[in-house]
Design a binder for this molecule. Structure first.
Ligand code: NAP
Length: 249
């Protein structure tokens, strides 16, 4: 029998970084968390243990968001086990940086497939059950550079800008069923994704942040929790910038 009493939260890319922080933010005894990851088996088990330490339940499953078949099977499994999905957080993302003139088609495709098409697959697979429930919260993790652009990140900026367009269209399509769709746009957050930068490059970015520090994954998780809460019931189609004051839209 599905466990229809528990609130059910689905997070893509929950093995590390921001996704793990979002899992921890939602960890409580009345919530079942499902997350996926691409390959970090060990990190996924750590996320599960950390959630369990907070009294919650998290189940991490290896699912490639660029495969629609895998995404559909993932969502079907969750629906069989819980009977509902209350919140979907599309967080899985990658970068393959390089100057535009040298960018390989494979790097363009990998970034757009993961950051944008992956979110579309998850949204599509989940929306029908949320429509039946007449309730849902969908939060897409875009990026500051999806709004500002960034040299060396044409693929990533385009994918993240596309995710904002997807957010706004889905918000309009799903609003009549009381499903909200919003995006969170992080600035510079301390995770494996940004760890690849040199110390000098990282310091130069922090210099431009009015709050004087890089963001923490928990800073983003707090914004996601707000958009998933009843307090955000009248907010849809919006982009919430969480960037320490680096940019004002
Ligand atoms: P991260 O530490 O590199 O973690 C990325 C997560 O995505 C991992 O859990 C990874 O799984 C998962 N993932 C990657 N490709 C996947 C795929 N094909 N299928 C399923 N899962 C996949 O990155 P992060 O910094 O936490 O970033 C999280 C999100 O925030 C991304 O969308 C990123 O673009 C966005 N963001 C980050 C920053 C920043 O400064 N860090 C700023 C703006 C926006 P594995 O562990 O298995 O690889």
């Amino acid at each position: 029998m599905p466990d229809t009493h528990a609130r059910c939260i689905v997070i893509t890319g929950g093995s590390r970084g921001i996704g793990r922080a979002v899992c921890l933010e939602f960890a409580d005894p009345d919530t079942r968390i499902y997350f996926n990851y691409a390959s970090s088996e060990e990190a996924a088990r750590i996320t599960e243990s950390l959630v369990a330490e907070k009294g919650g339940t998290a189940i991490g499953i290896r699912v490639d968001v660029t495969s629609e078949t895998e995404v559909i099977a993932f969502i079907k499994r969750i629906m069989t086990e819980t009977g509902r999905i209350d919140v979907l957080v599309n967080n899985a993302g990658i970068t393959r940086d390089g100057l535009l003139v040298r960018m390989k088609e494979a790097d363009w495709d990998a970034v757009c497939d993961t950051n944008l098409k992956g979110a579309f697959f998850c949204l599509k697979a989940t929306a029908r059950s949320m429509m039946k429930q007449r309730f849902g919260r969908i939060i897409n993790i875009t990026s500051l550079v999806g709004v500002t652009g960034n040299a060396g990140q044409a693929n990533y900026s385009a994918a993240k800008a596309g995710l904002i367009g997807l957010t706004r269209s889905a918000a309009r399509e799903l609003a009549s069923r009381q499903i909200t769709v919003n995006a969170v746009a992080p600035g510079f957050i301390d995770t494996d994704m940004t760890a690849a930068l040199s110390k000098e490059a990282a310091l130069a970015i922090v210099d431009q942040i009015p709050l004087g520090r890089a963001g923490l994954p928990a800073d983003i998780a707090g914004a996601v929790a707000f958009l998933a809460s009843d307090k955000a019931a009248y907010i849809t189609g919006q982009v919430l910038h969480v960037n320490g004051g680096m940019f004002t839209p």
